[in-house]
Design a protein around this ligand. Structure first.
Ligand code: SAH
Length: 270
C-alpha cells in the first residue's frame, strides 16, 4: 500500500480478506516421500475431476480409440480393463489416458494407445487368431514398463515378453505384480532378437522396437497360421513402417502398413 499510513480504526477497504482455512485432510507432511504424495494426488484427481482409478476415465480413452477407428472388440475390452496410470511414473499419471507416448526411463517410452491398439488389432487379423477369437501363444519383444504385456494377457492364452534392459524388466515385474492380470504371463530378461525357442512356436509375435530387418529367429518361431507385427526401417519409405508377416502353408506373406516411430531394436542386454 502506498501513501499515508492508515489511521485507526481502519476502514473496510484496508481489511484483507482472510485466506480460507485449509481443509482438515490436506495436512502437510514433510516427512512423506514426495513420489508417494504425487501418486496419491494423481489417483485422487484426473483433469476431468474423476479419480484415475475410476473405470470411467479408461472408458473415455476407449471411446476415443473407437471414434478414431479401432473396431476390434477384444482389444477395446482389454484397454478398458488395464489401468495405464499404474505403468507410468507418478508424476506423469495424469497424462496416462491421453493418446501419447510417455517416458518410462532409460530413454524408452510406453507406446501411444492408438499405436498399441493398431498393432493388437492387426494381430487379430492373423488366421489363427481370427479363428480362435484370441491371440493364442504370444511372443512380445520389448516389455518396457509392461503395459502392452498386461493388455496381451487379457486377449491370449500365454504371453512371453522379453526385455533387454534389466531395470525395465524389473520395473515391469513390479508393475505387473501390483496389477492383477489373468492368464499365463512370463517376463524374460534377454535379447529379444533371438526370440524364445523353448516355448515356440507362437501364434502371434509383436515387437515394440524397430530394427533394420526382421530377425530370422522370429520367423522361425512363428507358427503356421500365425502372424507377426513389427516396426522396421524401410529405406523406400525413408523411415519406419509397420510390417505384417503371415506364415501360410505356401510360405511367408509380407505386407507393409502405416509409417510409425518406435524406439530402436538393439542387440544384447544391458
Ligand atoms: N510395450 C512397451 C513399450 C516399450 S518401448 C510398453 O508397453 O511399455 C520398447 C522396449 O523395447 C524398450 O524397453 C527397449 O529396451 C526394448 N528393446 C529394444 N531392443 C530390444 C531387444 N533386442 N530385446 C528386448 N527388448 C528390446
Amino acid at each position: 500500500m502506498s501513501g499515508k499510513p492508515p489511521r485507526f480504526p481502519l476502514g473496510l477497504q484496508h481489511v484483507q480478506p482472510r485466506s480460507p482455512a485449509r481443509p482438515a485432510t490436506d495436512v502437510l507432511r514433510p516427512q512423506r516421500p514426495l513420489h508417494e504424495a504425487a501418486r496419491d494426488a494423481a489417483r485422487r484427481v484426473a483433469p476431468s475431476g474423476l479419480g484415475l482409478d475410476s473405470p470411467a476415465v479408461r472408458e473415455r480413452m476407449v471411446a476415443r480409440l473407437h471414434a478414431d477407428g479401432l473396431r476390434c472388440e477384444p482389444v477395446l475390452r482389454a484397454f478398458a480393463a488395464v489401468p495405464r496410470h499404474h505403468f507410468v511414473d507418478s508424476a506423469l499419471a495424469t497424462q496416462a489416458y491421453e493418446d501419447t507416448s510417455l517416458p518410462i526411463g532409460l530413454g524408452q517410452t510406453i507406446s501411444k494407445p492408438s499405436v498399441v491398439g493398431r498393432m493388437l488389432a492387426l494381430l487379430f487379423g492373423g488366421e489363427r487368431a481370427a479363428a480362435a477369437g484370441h491371440l493364442g501363444r504370444v511372443l512380445e519383444i520389448g516389455t518396457g514398463c509392461g503395459y502392452q504385456a498386461a493388455l496381451l494377457a487379457q486377449i491370449s492364452k500365454r504371453v512371453v515378453s522379453i526385455e533387454r534392459l534389466k531395470p525395465l524388466h524389473d520395473k515391469a515385474r513390479d508393475n505387473l505384480a501390483a496389477s492383477r492380470h489373468p492368464g499365463d504371463l512370463r517376463l524374460l530378461y534377454g535379447d529379444g532378437r533371438l526370440g524364445h525357442a523353448p516355448l515356440a512356436p507362437y501364434d502371434s509375435i509383436v515387437a515394440a522396437a524397430g530394427g533394420e530387418d526382421i530377425p530370422q529367429a522370429w520367423l522361425d518361431q512363428l507358427a503356421e497360421g500365425g502372424r507377426l507385427v513389427a516396426p522396421m526401417h524401410d529405406p523406400a519409405a525413408g523411415g519406419q513402417v509397420l510390417v505384417v508377416i503371415d506364415r501360410r502353408p505356401e510360405g511367408l506373406r509380407r505386407q507393409v502398413h502405416d509409417a510409425v516411430h518406435f524406439v530402436p531394436l538393439k542387440s544384447g542386454t544391458a
